[in-house]
Design a protein around this ligand. Structure first.
Ligand SMILES: [Zn+2]
Ligand SMILES: [Zn+2]
Length: 359
């Protein structure tokens, strides 16, 4: 994406289902609105976005609130102003981006202030120099994946040496941006900032004065928000609601089924059985009530337990993690219940080894 034009970046984002808005050339800030909509302007009349008619007239007033996936509008905005950068309105894009900062700040004098919401051994925290370190240590402490190599999710290196990790949010949830740079408000940790509902992120490929926001590794799609990270975000106050606001939902059309992470299996047959069971659980995300989530989680755990007993899955912890991820993708607020259903389902399933002749 190094040489991408803004219009190509904006079109690419829109194809992912992400609404985009223009940024000031070479800067991180949104383009200023029209004179009526700029508070610094002498003619400014105070008004809310809902009262403003500019967006419906194709203008880009009010920053990320103007973000669109409309191809005609995108062509008009960036076709006429190719120097403008591209921002992504993370909320309606159903994205949550973790911003791993790399500021020159000295780490907190108390190591426990790096990740104050989590219990992490102090010797690990002492080695933290920036947000990248803090995120890696958090993922280790919570048995999560290290996403910073750009092979498991879209990871974008920022000009200051930090990184943006992109995740798709579970369909039923709304997540808030971090509000406490100094950990006084909502924050995941020191130099760990979250952009979600009510915020925006600089799109991959965009150039600012300090350099380019450049995707690293080979993955160009956001991973589904993993269970361990969703739990950590919920614990630090980032879960705003279990349902997105109506206007947010209506702006994004249905997308393809979410891919699920499956545990390693020793046969193609077992891989397919496991993937189907996990998809059934994850697909409950698109059904708000009466989806039979409990039953599906239980059935999937029973199936995976049977595959473990038959030797098709050798890593039971991996099976358990995949089940939890799928279950929390659909119902992030039911972690405790998910764990208990998964435990009992796995135990029951292991009494009944599952082989191809049983299907
Ligand atoms: Zn305006
Ligand atoms: Zn306005």
């Amino acid at each position: 994406m190094r040489t991408a034009n803004s219009i190509d970046i904006a079109r690419w984002c829109a194809r992912q289902g992400w609404p985009v808005h223009p940024l000031q050339p070479m800067r991180k800030l949104p383009m200023p609105g029209c004179s009526r909509c700029r508070s610094s302007h002498p003619e400014y009349v105070p008004h809310t976005v809902a009262e403003c008619g500019c967006l419906s007239r194709g203008l880009w007033c009010h920053g990320f609130h103007a973000a669109t996936r409309d191809s005609a509008l995108i062509d008009r905005w960036w076709g006429r102003n190719p120097n403008m950068g591209v921002g992504i309105s993370t909320g309606p894009a159903e994205l949550l981006v973790v911003d791993l900062d790399c500021h020159a700040d000295t780490p907190p004098s108390e190591p426990s202030e790096v990740l104050p919401a989590f219990s992490v051994p102090e010797d690990l925290l002492k080695a933290v120099r920036n947000g990248l370190d803090a995120f890696r240590i958090l993922s280790q402490a919570l048995d999560g994946e290290d996403f910073t190599d750009g092979e498991r999710t879209l990871a974008v290196r920022t000009p200051s040496g930090g990184m943006h990790l992109y995740f798709r949010t579970p369909r039923q949830t709304t997540w808030r941006c971090s509000t406490g740079g100094n950990l006084k408000g909502v924050a995941l940790g020191w130099q760990l900032d979250v952009r979600a509902h009510g915020g925006y992120i600089i799109a991959p490929g965009t150039q600012v004065a300090a350099g380019i926001y450049e995707a690293v590794g080979s993955c160009r799609q956001p991973a589904r928000l993993p269970g361990w990270l969703a739990g950590a975000l919920e614990q630090t106050g980032h879960l705003l609601a279990a349902r997105p606001p109506a206007q947010t939902r209506s702006r994004v059309p249905n997308r393809a089924r979410m891919a699920t992470t499956s545990p390693a299996t020793t046969s193609a047959w077992a891989a397919k059985v496991a993937a189907t069971a996990l998809s059934d659980v994850a697909d409950c995300a698109s059904i708000s009530e009466g989806s039979g989530w409990n039953t599906k989680v239980n059935r999937a755990a029973y199936t995976l337990g049977g595959l473990v007993a038959a030797g098709f899955i050798t890593n039971q912890a991996g099976a358990e993690a995949a089940l939890l991820e799928a279950a929390l993708y659909a119902r992030p607020e039911r972690a405790q219940q998910a764990r208990s259903i998964i435990q009992s389902g796995l135990v029951a399933g292991q009494r009944q080894p599952l082989t191809p002749k049983d299907r």
